[in-house]
Design a protein around this ligand. Structure first.
Ligand SMILES: Cc1cc2nc3c(=O)[nH]c(=O)nc-3n(C[C@H](O)[C@H](O)[C@H](O)COP(=O)(O)OP(=O)(O)OC[C@H]3O[C@@H](n4cnc5c(N)ncnc54)[C@H](O)[C@@H]3O)c2cc1C
Length: 463
């Protein structure tokens, strides 16, 4: 609830605000406070559903004057639920849906409320793409500000590597632009530094040609073969071109229409591929993998990129309970493979699906210090994700995720992708960036948000 003492500030906000202001007594409150992770249940004092820049400025001013903590929400997919808070103000950007494609210039201007699938739909109509993530209902804003890894990154780079400029409202309420030539320090920071320096209202991206047909999809083996399959996989990807991007998933085979009934619920290891080049070339590159051992199901085939992009959607729906531990490793050594295979056999929940991302390619060709993103040299990123339908069994699955993460600890390569962190404290954020980058980010924070108003993020306090 907004306190009685803050009622006059609320009245003033209401006179200038064009969007909707949702309070606990309003009928839509429960729906509006909900985020993707069902394990997060927070009750903000106010949800300010912004329609544009002026609303964002007004909502931030209200938060500053009342002392209520602002939480900024793009797509609401933060694993630890950083885009909703107890007793604060949610600055909801979900209605900023502008998508403007300029095929001549090869650019897309995108509002902060756009979801990945919404952008892909528009760009793919023209055979173009902004490389982003692998689940269509993820918010583009939060994903981009952390870096953005996905199916096209090995060919074209991270999402931030396509970024040409941003428009941003600073904590002080100023509207500024940042690009290589304007506020270049800020532009460096927003490419990996998350929402620490202001609220981005719109992004301008470079577009890249793609498909629209790609060779893509999963090939499954029994999980008992995991160690053998991963040893083969390691050698196979060592020779692979940048067009190939793969994600290894350990899970019980899902109860989805394309999975034969007898396989559903069985522990499997899947290698999911996406070949961002000519299909025939992809067929040649994929041939050794699909003939390795005895796959139990092969769904890797030519398909529209949009269809492939939606493949993981049923595995990560809104409302389930999610927990995640992340780490990078330099390589899939024998030890890393054996630990992974052994712990995966102990996955308890039929919903847990745990991805290991192949990194490298164009991601690693940008210098580690050119943007705030850390971990360009990583070989693989582990997303050890625990998933249950509700609270029942969640703690046990969380322990499984923590157990695997700890067993891999001697092999962690240092950094971590900030968009995959939970609420793990300042030392972990510092470790994710490394000391040099963290200091540079802190000095930016002192310049753009000295009071740390925007602190519900992977926070970099001004120091
Ligand atoms: C199902 C799922 C799939 C995912 N897949 C991928 C993937 O393929 N690749 C990948 O890189 N990541 C992936 N992620 C991680 C994802 O990048 C982060 O969860 C990201 O924060 C989501 O962005 P959002 O806008 O939906 O989140 P939100 O929860 O709305 O925001 C996350 C953080 O960003 C801040 N923020 C959001 N918008 C703005 C803004 N406009 N200005 C300033 N700060 C802002 C918020 O304050 C918060 O701290 C995935 C996450 C989920 C849940």
């Amino acid at each position: 609830m907004v306190l009685a003492s803050d009622q006059s500030a609320l009245r003033e906000l209401a006179t200038s605000f064009r969007g909707e202001l949702v309070q606990p007594a309003d009928p839509s409150y429960d729906e509006q406070r909900r985020v993707w992770n069902g394990a997060i249940d927070r009750r903000p004092a106010l949800i300010a559903r912004c329609t544009g820049v002026a609303d964002i400025v007004a909502a931030l001013r209200f938060a500053r004057s009342t002392g209520l903590t602002p939480a900024v929400r793009g797509g609401g997919h933060s694993f630890p639920g950083l885009s909703v808070c107890d007793a604060g103000v949610v600055v909801d950007l979900g209605q900023l849906k502008e998508i403007e494609i300029d095929p001549e210039a090869g650019t897309a201007t995108v509002g902060a409320g756009v979801l990945l699938g919404e952008l892909d739909r528009e760009t793919q109509a023209l055979g173009l793409a902004v490389p982003a993530g692998i689940v269509t209902h993820t918010g583009l804003a939060g994903l981009t500000l952390g870096g953005g890894i996905g199916w096209l990154m090995r060919k074209y780079g991270l999402t931030i590597d396509q970024l040409l400029s941003v428009e941003l409202v600073t904590a002080g309420g100023d509207v500024v632009r940042a690009s290589e030539s304007e506020n270049a320090d800020l532009f460096w920071g927003v490419r990996g530094g998350g929402g620490n320096f202001g609220i981005v209202t719109r992004f301008e991206f470079r577009l890249n040609p793609l498909g629209p047909t790609v060779l893509a999809g999963p090939i499954f083996w029994p999980m008992t073969d995991s160690a053998k399959v991963l040893r083969f996989y390691r050698e196979w990807i060592a020779e692979a071109p940048d067009e190939l991007m793969t994600i290894v998933v350990h899970r019980r085979a899902p109860a989805l229409p394309f999975v034969p009934t007898e396989l559903q619920g069985e522990p499997v290891v899947a290698i999911v591929s996406c070949y961002a080049g000519p299909v025939e070339e992809g067929e040649r590159v994929l041939r050794p993998l699909r003939s390795h051992g005895r796959p139990v199901l092969d769904l890797c085939e030519p398909k529209p990129f949009l269809e492939h992009q939606a493949m993981f959607d049923p595995s990560f729906p809104h409302g389930r309970w999610y927990y995640m531990r992340t780490c990078d490793v330099a390589e899939l050594s024998d030890e890393v493979i054996d630990i992974t295979a052994e712990h995966s056999m102990r996955i308890g929940s039929p919903l847990t699906a745990f991805p290991i991302w192949q990194m490298g390619g164009a991601v690693a060709r940008v210098g580690e210090h050119e943007t705030a993103f850390s971990g360009r040299g990583a070989g693989h990123t582990f997303n050890i994700t625990a998933i249950t339908d509700s609270e029942a069994g969640f703690e046990e699955e969380r322990e499984w995720a923590c157990g695997l993460w700890s067993a891999l600890e001697p092999h962690h390569s240092g950094g971590a992708y900030v968009n995959f962190l939970m609420d793990e404290g300042e030392a972990r954020v510092r470790g994710a960036y490394g000391a040099d980058k963290y200091e540079r980010l802190q000095s930016l924070k002192r310049k753009y948000d000295p009071e740390n108003l925007l602190r519900l993020n992977q926070n970099i306090p001004p120091g």
